[in-house]
Each structure stands twice: as C-alpha cells, then as structure tokens.
Design a protein around this ligand. Structure first.
Ligand code: ATP
Ligand code: MG
Length: 392
C-alpha cells in the first residue's frame, strides 16, 4: 500500500471510530450515539463532495475484490422505518459495477421461508467470493421485529425446547457463531445501524404525506409501528451490545442527516475493503509468455501505415515495459494496474465540531487519481521471487 493510501486508510479509520460499537460494551443509544452528529462537517455540499470522492475509492476497490474472487462482503443494513436504507444503498453503491453488487430486501417471511430454520433465507442470499451483497433488513430482524411482536415467533413453528425465556440470548449467540463462520470463510460482515431520532422520523413521515410524489412511500403501518418506538430502541440496544464482535462490529450511523449517513456508510465500507486489500490476480510466467506471443501475432497483422500497437504508439506505455510487480509471497507476478494514487484536496477548514474528533474535509478520503493507463509500481525484481527468471 503506498504511503498516501496508508494515510487515507488511517483518516477513514479515525473518521468511523466514534461510530463503532466496542465489542462487549453495553449500548445506551440515547447516551452513546447522537443521531445528529456530523463530525464537524458544516455544509452538506462538503459532505456530498466527500462522498463523491469516496465513491471513486469504493469503485476501485470493488473492481479488485471482484477480480481477486477470494473474499465476499456482506453489508447488513438495519434501521427503523424512514431511516434511509434505500437512499443509502442507492447513493453509496451507485459508483460500483452492478455485476458485483446484489441487494436483497427482507420482508415478512413467506410460507416457504417459515418452513425452514430462521437463518435459511439469509444464507441463501450470501455473496459469492468477489461480490458485495447488501441486506436491506437482515437476519437481525429475527431479534428485532420478531422480538417486539412475539406473534412472529409463533409463526416460525419452532419446537417447544427452543422457545424458552433465553431465546434471544440463544439467537444472539447463534448469529455470532454464524457470522464467525462466514468471516473465517472469507465472507466479511459489515453491520450498519442507521440511528434516526424519533422527531426526524415524524418529520419524514409528514413529508411523505405533504409531497404528492412521496405519497406512495407513506404507510399507515409505519405510523402504527412508531407506537412501539421504545421497545424497538431497547431491542436495538440489546442487539448492538450482544452482537458487536471483534470480527463483525456494529457501526451506529447518525441518520438524521441523510447526506452524513451516506458518507458514514461509504466510509465504513471503504474501511472494510481497504483492510481486505484485494489485489488483481497474478499472472504466471507461462501466461505472461503467452501474452507476448499473442502480442507479436497481433502486431504482425497491422495494416500498412498503421502502428503495430496503437496503444503504445499513443504513448500510453513504453513498449516492453512490464506491467507487473513481483510478489515473493505468492512466487508469481502480480499485476498492479490501478492501485490508485491518493491525493489530498484542500477545501479549506471546517467548523469546530462539538465532539473531540475533528476533521478537515480533506482528511477523510483524500483524493484518488487513477493512474495513467498502464502505469505500474515495481517493488521487487521477479528474480527474487523466482530464481532464474530474467526480465524480458
Ligand atoms: P420500504 O418501506 O422502504 O419499502 P421496508 O424494508 O420497510 O422498506 P416494507 O415492505 O415496508 O419494507 O416492510 C417490511 C416489513 O417486513 C417490516 O415491517 C419488517 O419488520 C418486516 N420483516 C422483515 N423481516 C421479518 C421477519 N423475519 N419476521 C417478521 N417481519 C419481518
Ligand atoms: Mg416500510
């Protein structure tokens, strides 16, 4: 990882730290997490610019995740009604290649789903290696709505021995075990709770009534559900306390400002991808030789008066330059075409936030500039990795 990328990674880690639920801690939402927190970013415009920059970073990392096909990422999105799940998905994921991102929305379970164990329908929608799956509501509904409305539990046709008083503790443990299993198998679990205030929910419901183009989003059932606000808050707190684990921690996203929630969600996902650090697949010696043979054949086909290789002729890369770095750990050549140089941008100073962590706008993602096509970083001579191999 180049130094400037390291610095970006550190800035993102610092930005999201106040949102992380420390494993083993006992969460009190009212005391610990302010839905209006915005890390000192005063203007929405600045937040949107940061998100735009962050999306470039996400797109770059997603491309590498997909190419590497070793890790999958599961993003679980939980919120109370009108919390902004749909908008977060739309904005954060919009820069990514849709082929590698899948969204699954979980509603009231169907008869078929109720005929299985409670994790069955979630297991069926997990990401493949290289993919990012987003759960719009997730297996956590099984300890939220099912807990607040016990009639949901009755519909699950569970045997008597598993419906005792300790059912929620058992479910937390089962979910933690399942997520640990997934993480060990290379499916990394990211958990985001959009923390909306009761007053902001009221305002959003009213907006859905006031604006004709939002009428379709209004649901009388959501307003009824609001009567259970306190029960939901307690269920969220217990869930966060019991299931934020070192390998799959919860992040509580301040959700009263949509733009800030989206920025935070993007930052947590970026942090996860940076930690995975996916690389483009390696090219073996043999495969590289085959590329050279194919190059010679294609160049020989150049029509009269046409450059043998229009790409190198246009000066994008000097002929013969090798687009690879040695990776001694793998004993092969790693193509590193787009590690993305990151540059800071200067947007000027922001206001002083009330929280101890203070950020300048250029201190979160920095600025990614894509490397020129074909540029490369060479770290180690391949001979160190494979004795006897000569540079072409
Ligand atoms: P939107 O309203 O933005 O379309 P939504 O996620 O609220 O999105 P709805 O169709 O309004 O979608 O609601 C889905 C409902 O399904 C929610 O009330 C949720 O609590 C409920 N639900 C999800 N999982 C379960 C479950 N396992 N058991 C019972 N109810 C569930
Ligand atoms: Mg709804």
């Amino acid at each position: 990882m180049p130094d400037d990328m390291d610095a970006t990674a550190r800035r993102i880690a610092r930005f999201i730290k106040p949102l992380r639920v420390k494993p083993g801690s006992k969460v009190d939402l009212g005391r610990d997490f302010d839905p209006r927190y915005k890390a000192g970013i005063r203007r929405k415009k600045d937040g949107l610019e940061l998100l735009r920059v962050g999306k470039e970073l996400l797109a770059d990392y997603q491309a590498r995740l997909a190419a590497q096909e070793r890790y999958g990422v599961l993003v679980c999105l939980q919120a109370i009604d009108a919390g902004g799940k749909d908008g977060t998905i739309r904005h954060v994921m919009s820069g990514m290649n849709p082929q590698g991102v899948h969204v699954s929305s979980f509603k009231v379970p169907s008869a078929e789903e109720l005929g299985h164990d409670y994790l069955w329908r979630y297991q069926a929608r997990l990401p493949a290696r290289g993919d990012i799956a987003i759960f719009n509501r997730s297996h956590y509904e099984e300890v939220l709505v099912v807990r607040v409305h016990p009639e949901n539990l009755e519909r699950q046709k569970l045997p008597a021995h598993s419906t005792g008083k300790d059912i929620w503790q058992s479910r937390y443990a089962e979910i933690n075990d399942w997520e640990r299993y997934l993480t060990r198998n290379g499916i990394i679990v990211v958990k985001l709770f959009l923390n909306l205030s009761k007053e902001e929910q009221r305002a959003r419901f009213l907006k859905r009534i006031d604006l004709p183009e939002k009428n379709w989003k209004f649901s009388a059932a959501d307003v009824r559900e609001r009567q259970h606000w306190d029960e939901y808050q307690r269920a969220f707190e217990q869930m966060l306390s019991a299931t934020s684990t070192p390998s799959a921690a919860w992040y509580v996203i301040p959700a009263d400002r949509k733009w800030f929630a989206r920025l935070c969600a993007g930052a947590v996902l970026a942090h996860t991808l940076i930690k995975i650090d996916p690389r483009y697949p390696t090219v073996s010696q043999d495969a590289w030789q085959q590329l050279q043979t194919a190059r010679r054949e294609l160049e020989a086909e150049a029509p009269e008066g046409t450059p043998a290789d229009p790409f190198t002729a246009a000066g994008k890369r000097r002929r013969g330059q090798r687009p690879a770095v040695a990776d001694p750990a793998r004993g092969a050549l790693t193509v590193a075409p787009a590690l993305g140089r990151v540059h800071e941008r200067s947007f000027g100073r922001l206001d002083t936030p009330s929280r101890p962590t203070r950020f300048r706008i250029n201190e979160i993602f920095g600025r990614i500039r894509r490397p020129a096509m074909g540029s490369c970083v060479t770290t180690t001579r391949p001979s160190a990795a494979k004795p006897g191999h000569a540079w072409p």
